[in-house]
Design a protein around this ligand. Structure first.
Ligand SMILES: CCCCC/C=C/C(=O)SCCNC(=O)CCNC(=O)[C@H](O)C(C)(C)COP(=O)(O)OP(=O)(O)OC[C@H]1O[C@@H](n2cnc3c(N)ncnc32)[C@H](O)[C@@H]1OP(=O)(O)O
Length: 331
């Protein structure tokens, strides 16, 4: 039970879900009922799927697939019908997948999307691509109920903070293989990967419509920290300017851009080679490389999530969500 146990314990690690839940529950008694409701939602879904208690190594999830091969743990978005929008359950699934990957035998952890082969009567390479998004970001239904009212913003912000913390603290090399457009939180996360390989049909944006609620300060910190690209980054974050893969590369958000036709082959060949490198040396290097920026990233993440919780202009947000969700009905 989340509220039991002594309260004089040190701050639990980000992957120590059990103790973290205890400490959070003590601090946030007002939110406890919501947390319990969401937790039970998660665990009842989990038990109905047969697996995925937080301590189990195996994981089964429809929208997030996890596999391990050749020293690489692959975490795959698999919700193409919704452009890989991240639902509440997917936040849990990804956190669990990262927790497991942090201690499994793999050397590198990779995020990607499921490549759907489309059969069409032509031989252009694009005829074989998935045609879909890497991820369209936060599922806009996460925080609106059937009556069109905003709900659980505090919980969403809390979960978002824990979720992003898992990426900040992930101990092994983390790579994104981005073969389609990315939006919102999916873009923010790119700044927390050790390498981002993008196909030239990828683009990144901070939501083209005004329901955006990820405030983007983490990404701003990342893309504008050393290279003076403050105005370009602000243009993307404030005005929703969409960047092509090459523009994102120029901002330092993408490591390398590959032609769509050779993307999968080139990237996976390279990753398999990297996965043969000495794992412990890579972990230590990563720890040293990231050590000095980690605290700052945690601080910015906490500030951003507090702003989502306390300062989100609810009316603007609600109207934008309603507009988006009723688009089809209007057509
Ligand atoms: C309070 C907690 C804050 C958490 C912080 C995180 C913030 C973010 O990530 S903000 C960014 C959120 N994402 C967006 O605003 C993007 C919304 N989606 C779109 O603008 C468009 O769907 C598109 C540009 C991504 C793709 O457009 P199009 O090619 O025209 O495809 P459809 O719009 O018809 O989409 C197909 C299908 O997918 C559903 N869908 C797409 N994205 C989302 C989403 N983010 N959340 C929920 N659902 C999404 C869309 O509704 C369609 O569904 P059906 O109508 O059932 O076919």
């Amino acid at each position: 039970m989340a509220t039991e146990g002594p309260c004089n314990m040190p701050k639990p690690g980000v992957f120590d879900f059990g103790n973290k839940a205890k400490q959070d529950a003590r601090k946030e008694t007002a939110r406890q009922n919501h947390v319990a409701r969401l937790s039970s939602l998660s665990s009842s879904k989990a038990s109905s799927q047969g697996k995925h208690g937080a301590d189990e190594k195996a994981q089964e999830s429809k929208n997030i697939l996890v596999s391990s091969e050749d020293g690489i743990t692959k975490i795959t978005f698999n919700r193409p019908a919704k452009k890989n929008a991240i639902s509440l359950q997917m936040y849990f699934d990804i956190m669990l997948a990262l927790k497991n990957a942090s201690t499994d035998n793999s050397v590198i952890t990779v995020f990607t999307v499921l490549l759907r082969r489309i059969s069409v009567m032509c031989h252009h390479p694009w005829s074989r691509r998935t045609g879909d998004y890497y991820s369209s970001g936060n599922d806009l239904k996460n925080s609106i109920n059937d009556a069109g009212e905003i709900q659980d913003i505090a919980i969403s912000a809390k979960r978002l903070r824990e979720f992003v913390d898992c990426f900040i603290d992930f101990p092994k090399p983390l790579v994104a293989v981005v073969n389609g457009p990315a939006v919102g939180i999916a873009v923010t996360l790119l700044g927390l990967f050790d390498a981002v390989y993008a196909s030239d049909r990828c683009n990144v944006s901070y939501s083209i419509h005004p329901s955006r609620s990820d405030l983007g300060s983490l990404l701003f910190l990342y893309v504008s920290k050393d290279n003076g690209l403050r105005q370009e980054a602000a243009e993307m974050l404030l005005f929703g300017k969409k960047l092509t893969a090459r523009e994102a590369w120029a901002q330092g958000l993408v490591t390398e851009v590959f032609p769509e036709s050779t993307f999968e082959t080139e990237v996976w060949t390279r990753l398999k080679t990297y996965a043969k490198l000495p794992p412990n040396a890579m972990r230590v290097s990563k720890e040293l490389i990231r050590k000095h920026e980690k605290q700052k990233l945690h601080t910015v993440n906490a500030e951003e999530c507090a702003a989502i919780r306390e300062r989100l202009p609810i009316e603007e947000y609600t109207n934008a969500l309603r507009n988006f969700l009723s688009r089809k009905a209007k057509l």
